[in-house]
Design a protein. Structure first.
Length: 137
């Protein structure tokens, strides 16, 4: 491995924990506030104990570290499914289970993935969010 590649990979690995913290934890009213402001919102319905959720999180963080435009343009919100799975918010979106990823803009759902961990599939959803976020800019 070349020295330059090693330095870049080391730096990217160091950013991964910071990116994980960049997602905001859901609280009632937060999503509505961002949608009203015109933001594109990426919702991650997850639990601490879910292995599929952890696999999705690793993919999301890796993609975010590779493409800073995701972080600049999309609001990432983690929704604790154990806490909010039975809430009006979650029921209103018809979230079937934890490990569900949803992209919203305005009053429109742009896409969703349920229990999928494929990097290609998750990247396609994130790209949909990025396109929506940058279309009006």
């Amino acid at each position: 491995m070349k020295r330059r590649e090693f330095i870049l990979l080391t730096a990217a690995a160091g950013l991964a924990p910071a990116l994980a913290q960049a997602a905001v934890d859901y609280k009632p009213g937060l999503v509505e506030k961002h949608l009203a402001a015109g933001d594109t919102v990426f919702l991650d319905f997850k639990t601490d104990w879910c292995t599929t959720c952890r696999a999705q999180e690793r993919v999301i963080n890796a993609l975010r570290s590779k493409n800073p435009a995701y972080n600049e343009s999309i609001v990432f919100i983690n929704v604790d499914y154990d806490e909010y799975g039975g809430s009006d918010f979650t029921r209103g979106l018809r979230i079937p289970r934890r490990s569900t990823l949803v992209v919203l803009k305005g009053e429109e759902e742009l896409g969703r993935i349920v229990a999928e961990t494929s990097s290609k599939t998750i990247q396609a959803l994130m790209d949909t969010a990025l396109e929506a976020a940058t279309a009006s800019s």
